[in-house]
Design a protein around this ligand. Structure first.
Ligand SMILES: NC(=O)c1ccc[n+]([C@@H]2O[C@H](COP(=O)([O-])OP(=O)(O)OC[C@H]3O[C@@H](n4cnc5c(N)ncnc54)[C@H](O)[C@@H]3O)[C@@H](O)[C@H]2O)c1
Length: 412
């Protein structure tokens, strides 16, 4: 019997909790350690792993380096804030040097986005390459069952008869993220474009890519994007953010974008043009997320709505309860007709993603999507920011994007 992959988490917040719940559906792994900014958050996540039964021996470490040095950890899932990638890479290297030579780390999985800028992502990637373990880029949408099945059927029955798809649309919108740092552009690296369009761009690219074909069979050639701040810089909403998070979050004077739209033109290996159209926002108020995908070909159309969970519950005005996210992620109400998701970690693809990553690391190889995918997405995101800033179409291969920092102009 294969000994299980022993996983250590860096970061003990929202996404770590999602991954822990998803591991209930993943064989051949166990959680042994968590390190986080505070001991308390590491302890909380380790306790959740024990309580769920996905890591009966899970314990908290005081630092990422200690976690990487722990011989009870085989692979690391990096799930900390966007601004900590470089320090995490360095800490992994430091800890890995303390491991017995015969037991190197067997894998590193990194949450999106790979970093805050392309330059930072390349520096982080170099640290991970120095570490020498296989690396995977965590993009759950590529494993969401509705999308996996939809892509398979659209390509087999539709493209197989009528020709390849030429347009993919993806949108992910909600009312705004859950932690203070997401609202601080200098910490997060941006607003909704960086935070959520990474999902939509990669999902759209993947839908347009022939099953089994390499990712470079589709080449991005031109990017045109628009960003705006529609809601959260309005005085009453900016005041709400200050009240919730303190004076460091000031979207009247230091906003990022809460809306982004991008059109990417791609070239196929046989020279055709295909297009992705993606939308992200933090200013959508509905029951939960707005989360849609379309794939259009000459004689067919795939349509997926991940907000349609297949179950609804109605609460009359007489039913008043505490605000929470116990029905669906990014829930905005507790009354009326509300969606409920029977299994969010599986629905959004985390279970499938972690099955793929655990299997790859146990077999000594990098999963797909790998580090290169994370870098490709960062390049596109920076091209989107530059296009939105200049109003011009941007070439995603422009060498200048490596040193490019999106400008978040303070307002006077
Ligand atoms: N795949 C997805 O859909 C998805 C969803 C949410 C977040 N994310 C990504 O996951 C990462 C974490 O986001 P989150 O929502 O869990 O945020 P969060 O605010 O809920 O949690 C962040 C965690 O990081 C820890 N942390 C901060 N600095 C650290 C450091 N230097 N070392 C170790 N731990 C540190 C904090 O203590 C906290 O536990 C981000 O990169 C985010 O973009 C991905």
């Amino acid at each position: 019997m294969t000994p299980p992959l022993r996983i250590g988490f860096v970061g003990g917040g929202f996404i770590t909790r999602f991954h822990l719940r998803s591991l209930l559906q993943v064989r051949d792994c166990t959680v042994t350690a968590v390190a986080s900014r505070t001991r308390d958050s590491a302890e909380e996540a380790a306790a959740l792993a024990r309580e769920l039964g996905v890591g009966s021996a899970a314990r908290a470490h005081d630092s990422t380096a200690d976690l990487a040095a722990d011989p009870e950890v085989d692979a690391v899932w990096i799930c900390a804030r966007n601004d900590t990638r470089i320090e995490t890479g360095r800490a992994l290297l430091e800890g890995a040097r303390r491991r017995p030579a015969a037991a190197p780390l067997r894998g590193v999985a990194v949450e999106k986005p790979l970093a805050r800028t392309l330059g930072e992502a390349l520096e982080f990637a170099a640290l991970l390459e120095e570490l020498g373990a296989p690396v995977g880029y965590l993009e759950d949408m590529l494993f969401a069952p509705h999308l996996v099945r939809g892509k398979e059927v659209a390509w087999r029955r539709g493209a197989g008869v009528a020709g390849r798809p030429y347009l993919a649309r993806a949108a992910e919108e909600h009312a705004g993220p859950h932690s203070k740092w997401f609202w601080q552009p200098e910490v997060a690296g941006g607003g909704v474009l960086l935070d959520m369009m990474c999902h939509s761009l990669e999902a759209a690219r993947w839908l347009l890519t022939e099953p089994g074909a390499p990712r470079d069979s589709l080449e991005p050639v031109a990017v045109q994007a628009t960003t705006a701040c529609l809601k959260w810089s309005q005085p009453e909403y900016a005041a709400l953010l200050r009240e919730r998070y303190g004076p460091e979050v000031d979207w009247e004077r230091r906003p990022a974008e809460d809306f982004a739209h991008a059109v990417v033109r791609w070239r196929t290996a046989d020279g055709r043009e295909v297009v992705s159209e993606t939308t992200s926002s933090w200013c959508y108020v509905g029951a939960g997320l707005r989360h849609t995908f379309d794939l259009l070909g000459p004689e067919y159309a795939l349509s997926v709505d991940l907000a349609d969970t297949g179950a609804r519950v109605f609460f009359s005005r007489e039913v008043r309860g505490e605000a929470g996210e116990d029905l669906v992620e990014k829930q905005n109400a507790e009354q009326g007709l509300m969606p409920i998701s029977p299994d969010e970690p599986a629905h959004y693809g985390y279970s499938g993603e972690n099955r793929c990553f655990v299997r790859a690391f146990l077999e000594g190889r990098a999963p797909e999507p790998g580090l290169g995918a994370g870098l490709d997405v960062m390049r596109l995101l920076m091209a989107c920011y530059r296009s939105a800033e200049t109003g011009a179409v941007t070439d995603p291969h422009d060498a200048d994007l490596v040193g490019y920092h999106p400008t978040f102009r303070p307002r006077t």
